[in-house]
Design a binder for this molecule. Structure first.
Ligand SMILES: C[S@@+](CC[C@H](N)C(=O)[O-])C[C@H]1O[C@@H](n2cnc3c(N)ncnc32)[C@H](O)[C@@H]1O
Length: 216
């Protein structure tokens, strides 16, 4: 039987969300992406390391990474509206330093051509993938792109977290479920339960995880 979610045009959904809401009012907006930055710090990356921000939207992380001196950042999202807004929010000379890629992480057309990356960063994308084929598509992209010895940061709604976001169902995770999802090629280095407070004041319990791709 077909689920209702299968009929959703996700690109259209996200384009509408970003068209209808100010960046600072989004239910996942962060002034400073503190937990992501603290986990990125732990990776001790070279400033020229390739960082892929998956489902980047209009995140403030990109600006912060530029300020911290990272020079090889790729921001990708299904929503062209989101990435256009993210570009507008940066000064032109900064925006040009980023590789912006509109693509579907579950079935990419362009990301297959970027080579391997040192860090995969995903804040609240994986949990929207409710169907097995979407999850397997995500995993296959991740395994193609993350180099051996590279890092993976995934932040999603925790088991205690909300069951929906932005009108869509989500899958809740803990660090064990995320480890099982990635499989034994990835070693869990750290996990961090984090209570995110929305601009509206709502509480959203997240789980942040940091993995390293093992040299097998
Ligand atoms: C809750 S927002 C988080 C945005 C950003 N990571 C942040 O922390 O501000 C989820 C993002 O995932 C993107 N997204 C959803 N499904 C996607 C897919 N299949 N491929 C790429 N991006 C996707 C959406 O367009 C949206 O920008």
């Amino acid at each position: 039987m077909m689920s209702i979610e299968k009929d959703i045009d996700y690109k259209e959904h996200w384009n509408k969300v970003y068209s209808n809401c100010e960046m600072k009012q989004l239910g996942w907006y962060e002034e400073i992406p503190e937990p992501s930055l603290s986990l990125i710090d732990k990776c001790d990356l070279n400033k020229s390391a390739i960082i892929l921000d998956v489902g980047s939207g209009t995140t403030t992380l990109i600006k912060k990474l530029l300020e911290d001196g990272y020079s090889n950042i790729i921001a990708t999202d299904l929503s062209d509206v989101a990435l256009s807004k993210a570009i507008e929010a940066l000064e032109p000379e900064k925006e040009k330093l980023i590789n912006w890629v509109v693509d579907d992480i579950t079935n990419p057309n362009h990301l297959n051509k970027i080579g391997t990356v040192d860090l995969w960063h995903d804040r609240t994308v994986l949990h929207f993938l409710t169907q097995e084929n979407q999850q397997q598509g995500y995993l296959s992209t991740l395994k193609k792109l993350v180099k051996v010895g590279g890092y993976v940061i995934i932040a999603v709604f925790s088991l205690k977290g909300a069951k929906k976001c932005s009108g869509l169902d989500v899958v809740n995770y803990d660090h064990i479920k995320l480890s099982q999802f990635l499989g034994n090629e990835f070693e869990l280095l750290e996990y961090l339960p984090y209570l995110y407070i929305q601009p509206s004041g709502g509480e959203r319990p997240y789980i942040y995880t940091l993995f390293n791709r093992k040299i097998l």
